[in-house]
Design a protein around this ligand. Structure first.
Ligand code: HEM
Length: 438
């Protein structure tokens, strides 16, 4: 309606929206060494109030660059995260067991209702395995009451968080009159920080006892961060908290959409399955090293994120004056990059409304899809630091789900549309049948 570049207001904030692949590319290619995504004043204010540090999402400038340089060495390349395959596969074994239990409770012995509940627990467990190097037990059949309580508390915190994101848009002077959003915002953060702190503190105790016994300390990401002391303990609490927040809903919604799309497109499902059987085997447990042999699995994830980008838009605050699409945009302007819109542009993706994972299989240069049309993990030095973790969790889970089950849509599922409240989520519950592979 307003064209590919337009200005608007979000609360007191003035925003220039850009919904064109080439203009988005121009903005992102012009970035400096410490790009800024958005005004994070409300996040910073909470941290000042409680004496907490900022993590990668909320930090800016040199402080952000320092933390990013430490974390990127450990998680940004496929080979860095390949070491987590074993841990992630243990979680997938529990996911599959849980599917068997859930479907056995249904009359047809196959249906699992609202798969996102299941994938939320999978993503929570997967990210905890990688971040905290410990299991939570979210996928167990008989979860101790205490664990149930904290999973429920976390689910509540995540869902509360989505609504309280808008707390930052309410001017401070209005808070005495509308106190709830800010109060809830602080309460969500308190809960998330507390959760991370418990796990980090447990790891500190483990390491100390290993050191006391003269043992060599070995471990994953958290152990490295604690041992190397490149980040302070407060910075580690903050980064673990922000990565947990960024890594659960994003992964679970994407898995839910991928499952939905596979169920709706049995012919695509069959070709992905055949590729798995031919290049890996029916029962072989996959590792990160197997994924390059399965281009359709990668294409499936890319196409899912093109159609349902969990973050339908992203932001940048310009650090220099820019001229975009013939308009002068002064330094310090908040830009909204409309990735959802560019993902559905016919000129970027012919037959854009259709689910066609094969469009991502690059045979030669003619087949190249210009990435700036669909950049679900963002771009450049400030892009998603968890991209490789998310890909590992999603690729390995989809491979094993397809090895074990034929996924069919349940008659209870009407066409599911996406809705957005910050993140793009399934607007209805996705119910599918997990039928045994013959
Ligand atoms: C399908 C899953 C995911 C999607 C689609 C996604 C998408 C994104 C996007 C679009 C950004 C902004 C990038 C930019 O501004 O250029 C981002 C940032 C970020 N993501 Fe993810 N993400 C996912 C999973 C994860 C996971 C699993 C983690 C952590 C384990 C994570 C941690 C982060 C962090 C910490 C940032 C901020 C990075 C920074 O500012 O330096 N994300 N993500």
């Amino acid at each position: 309606e307003y064209g590919k570049i337009f200005k608007s207001h979000f609360g007191p904030q003035f925003v220039v929206s850009i919904a064109d692949r080439d203009m988005v590319a121009q903005v992102l290619r012009a970035e400096g060494r410490t790009p800024q995504r958005a005004n994070m004043e409300s996040w910073q204010e909470y941290r000042d109030l409680r004496g907490r540090a900022t993590g990668l999402i909320s930090a800016e400038g040199e402080q952000w660059l320092k933390m990013r340089s430490v974390l990127r060495q450990k998680v940004l390349k496929p080979k860095d995260v390949a070491v987590f395959s074993g841990g992630v596969n243990e979680v997938i074994t529990d996911l599959i067991k849980r599917i068997h239990t859930l479907r056995s409770q249904e009359e047809d012995g196959e249906t699992v209702t609202n798969v996102n509940n299941l994938f939320f627990k999978y993503s929570m467990e997967g990210v905890a395995t990688i971040l905290y190097e410990s299991r939570l037990g979210c996928l167990e059949n008989n979860i101790p009451r205490k664990t149930v309580e904290y999973i429920e508390a976390l689910e509540l915190m995540f869902s509360m968080f989505k609504t309280t994101m808008y707390a930052g848009a309410i001017p401070k002077w209005l808070r005495p009159f509308i106190p709830k959003p800010w109060r809830e915002f602080c309460r969500s953060w308190d809960g998330l920080f507390k959760f991370s702190q418990i796990h980090v503190d447990n790891k500190i105790k483990d390491i100390q006892s290993q050191l006391d016994q003269g043992e060599e300390v070995k471990g994953g990401l958290l152990t490295y961060l604690l041992m190397s002391k490149e980040l302070t303990v407060e910075e580690i609490y903050a980064n673990m908290t922000e990565m947990l927040l960024a890594g659960v809903d994003t992964t679970s919604f994407t898995l839910s959409w991928a499952t939905y799309l596979l169920a709706k497109h049995p012919e695509v499902q069959q070709s992905v399955y055949e590729e798995i059987v031919n290049n890996l085997g029916k029962d072989e447990v996959p590792t990160a090293d197997d994924v390059p042999k399965l281009p359709m699995i990668r294409a499936l994830l890319k196409e899912t994120l093109r159609l349902f980008p969990v973050l339908p838009g992203n932001g940048r605050v310009t650090q220099e004056d820019l001229v975009i699409g013939g308009y002068f945009i002064p330094k310090g302007t908040q830009l909204a990059l409309c990735h959802y819109a560019t993902s559905y542009e016919e000129e970027n993706f012919p037959m854009a409304n259709e689910f066609r994972p094969e469009r991502w299989l690059r045979k030669d240069n003619m087949d190249r899809v210009d990435n700036f049309g669909s950049i679900p993990f963002g771009y450049g030095i400030r892009s998603c630091i968890g991209k490789r973790i998310a890909e590992l969790e999603i690729h390995l889970a989809l491979i094993q789900l397809l090895q074990n089950f034929e996924i069919r849509i349940s008659p209870q599922t009407k066409p599911v549309k996406a809705k957005t409240h910050g993140l793009l989520t399934p607007g209805d519950s996705i119910n599918v049948k997990f039928a045994d592979r013959k």
